[in-house]
Every structure is written in structure tokens, then in C-alpha cells.
Design a protein around this ligand. Structure first.
Ligand SMILES: Cc1cc2nc3c(=O)[nH]c(=O)nc-3n(C[C@H](O)[C@H](O)[C@H](O)COP(=O)(O)OP(=O)(O)OC[C@H]3O[C@@H](n4cnc5c(N)ncnc54)[C@H](O)[C@@H]3O)c2cc1C
Length: 288
């Protein structure tokens, strides 16, 4: 059962930030796809709900070859999935969104809500971190931009200060000879992953690895970069043994916990396999 709350419905971002600053026990709601579940479970019962779903200033997708991609916080998963410029320039984002929940959830759930919820099993974060995204957040006092990888602090905890909203996600322009891949392992299609791995690989003119990112999902409290494996790849040529070695490091360096879906050991194994596969896939995309 959901306890009674007072409903606040701002029309503009300025109004939303003022209302958020004014009310102490206040929770933001956007698509409600995650928030209503925790409210129904009685885990939280805020006195005020601030509904930002209709703040149209935050509902946009913009792309510029020099600046990259900018997605407003209230943009739905479905809008991202359907946006042709994203399909062309960041296909990994579309394939990730394709497997996020059901169409019904994607039609209503938003990118800002997904990131702010900070579920370690959330799909967008590992992919966006592999693409070197940052996030713009702001409150009545002003805005700030942080690297997305620094945004996640702990299980369901972010670097948002009191009174701050997620405003925008920014992804840099796609680099030449860069490929990216993402896969989650789930028992039910269109559900949260038991674990997930994202990889991006950038090659130099000689076809060797110039830059790489490996980011794991549901492998600890926050999306986890496997820097030891990333470093191993720099300067190397395509080699399946190398991907296997990176996978082994990923399974050692991740920090998954056991739950009813999978043991810690099984998760480590899956993360190693997914890392190896995603690196190979990302590298092949970078080559093509
Ligand atoms: C059946 C089902 C299946 C799902 N499967 C997946 C899946 O496979 N992968 C996946 O990643 N997710 C999945 N989800 C989760 C869900 O899709 C996302 O978490 C959703 O996108 C959250 O967006 P929302 O707008 O609904 O957020 P809400 O539920 O409205 O809010 C979520 C949290 O973020 C806060 N918040 C929302 N917007 C902002 C903002 N702009 N600034 C600051 N705080 C904000 C809220 O206060 C709340 O704490 C699933 C959900 C359901 C119901």
C-alpha cells in the first residue's frame, strides 16, 4: 500500500527546482517505474512527490558532430531507442535500450530516473560510462557537470546533493575507429541483468588498441570499471588470448554479491565470459 502524499506538479524547471528546495521530505517522481515499486513496498513514504514528467525543457535529444549527444533527463528509454541519429552514431545505446524492460516500461521510464535510481543492475550506466559520458545535475543554486562514473556512490546512492535534479546526460562525439558492445545475462527476457558487461575499444592507424573501457553491471555496489584489464589492452593487436586474459582479470576484480538469482562464484564466471565476448565484439566493430 502507498501512504498518502502531497502532489507537486511544476510546469517549468525553475518552478521544479524552487519547489524541491522548499519542501524537506520530498521525492522526485518522473516515470515512476522504479519509485512506485519502493513506495508500494513501504521502503519510503515521502510527504511530497515532485512530478517532473511534464517539465518539457528536460525532454530532448540533441546531436552535433563536434559536441556529441545530449539527452535531457525526462527523455524516455523508448525515445532514445527510436532516435535515428542515435541509431547511426551510437548503435550500442539502441541495442541496450532494446533489451531494457518491456516496451510499456520503456515508454514511460526515463533516462534521468534510471540513472538517479542507481540500481547496480541498471542497463544504461555501464554503456554510457564505456562511451565516456558525463552528467549535468543542478539545483536552485546552479548546475555542475560530473563524470558519470563518479556519479554512482553506493547501492542506490548517487552524488546528487539535496535539492539537485539530474538535468542531462552528455556523450562525447563518436571517435573514429571506435567500437562498443554491451550484453547482459538475464533469466527473464526484458528484465534486469543478473550481470552485464560493456566494452569500448578505440584503435590507432596500425589497428592496435589506443584506448579501451570495460564496465561491468551488477558486479558490485556501482558500475565497475576494470582498469587493470583496460591497461592490459593498450598498444596490443587483436588477439583472442588477450580478450580471455582481460575476462579473467574482470572475474577477479569484480565485487558481485550472491542473491537468490545467482551465487557470487557464478556471477564472477559470467562476468569473465561476457567481458571476453564484449571486447571481441567491440574490437571487431572498431575494425569495421
Ligand atoms: C517491470 C520492470 C522491468 C525493468 N527492467 C529494467 C531493465 O531491464 N533494465 C533497467 O535498467 N531498468 C529496468 N527497470 C527500471 C526502470 O526502467 C528504470 O529505473 C526507469 O527508467 C526509471 O525511470 P523513471 O522515470 O520511471 O524513474 P522514477 O521511478 O520516477 O524515479 C526513480 C528514482 O530516480 C529519482 N529521479 C527520477 N528522475 C530524477 C531526476 N531527473 N533527477 C533526480 N532524481 C530523479 C526518483 O526520485 C527515484 O528515486 C525496470 C522496471 C520495471 C517496472
Amino acid at each position: 500500500m502507498i501512504n498518502d502524499f502531497n502532489y507537486l506538479k511544476p510546469d517549468t524547471l525553475k518552478e521544479a527546482l524552487a519547489m524541491y528546495a522548499e519542501h524537506d521530505d520530498c521525492k522526485v517522481i518522473c516515470g515512476g517505474q522504479s519509485l512506485l515499486i519502493v513506495m508500494r513496498q513501504g521502503m519510503i513514504s515521502p510527504e511530497y512527490l515532485l512530478d517532473i514528467k511534464h517539465v518539457t525543457e528536460l525532454d530532448y535529444i540533441k546531436f552535433d558532430k563536434k559536441d556529441g549527444l545530449r539527452i535531457g533527463a525526462t527523455t524516455t528509454h523508448r525515445e532514445i531507442e527510436k532516435f535515428n541519429v542515435i541509431k547511426k552514431n551510437y548503435p550500442v545505446l539502441v541495442s541496450m535500450e532494446n533489451k531494457l524492460a518491456s516496451i510499456q516500461v520503456r515508454n514511460w521510464g526515463t533516462i534521468g530516473g534510471n540513472l538517479a535510481h542507481a540500481d547496480p543492475a541498471g542497463d544504461p550506466a555501464p554503456v554510457l560510462i564505456a562511451l565516456k559520458a558525463n552528467i549535468r545535475v543542478g539545483g536552485a543554486e546552479g548546475d555542475r557537470t560530473i563524470l558519470l562514473e563518479d556519479f554512482f556512490v553506493n547501492y542506490f546512492e548517487t552524488a546528487l546533493n539535496k535539492g539537485e535534479l539530474v538535468l542531462e546526460v552528455h556523450v562525447p562525439p563518436p571517435e573514429p575507429k571506435m567500437g562498443a558492445a554491451y550484453q547482459k545475462f538475464n533469466l527473464l527476457e526484458s528484465d534486469m541483468g543478473i550481470v552485464a558487461a560493456a566494452a569500448s575499444v578505440t584503435l590507432n592507424d596500425k589497428g592496435k588498441c589506443k584506448d579501451a573501457r570495460i564496465v561491468l553491471g551488477n558486479a558490485g555496489a556501482t558500475p565497475k570499471r576494470i582498469k587493470r584489464a583496460e591497461e592490459l589492452l593498450i598498444g596490443k593487436a587483436y588477439d583472442e588470448n588477450l580478450f580471455a586474459e582481460a575476462g579473467k582479470i574482470a572475474s577477479e576484480d569484480c565485487e558481485p554479491v550472491a542473491d537468490i538469482h545467482a551465487s557470487e562464484e557464478h556471477r564472477r564466471h559470467l562476468l569473465g565470459v561476457l567481458t571476453k565476448r564484449m571486447l571481441k565484439k567491440a574490437w571487431e566493430k572498431a575494425r569495421s
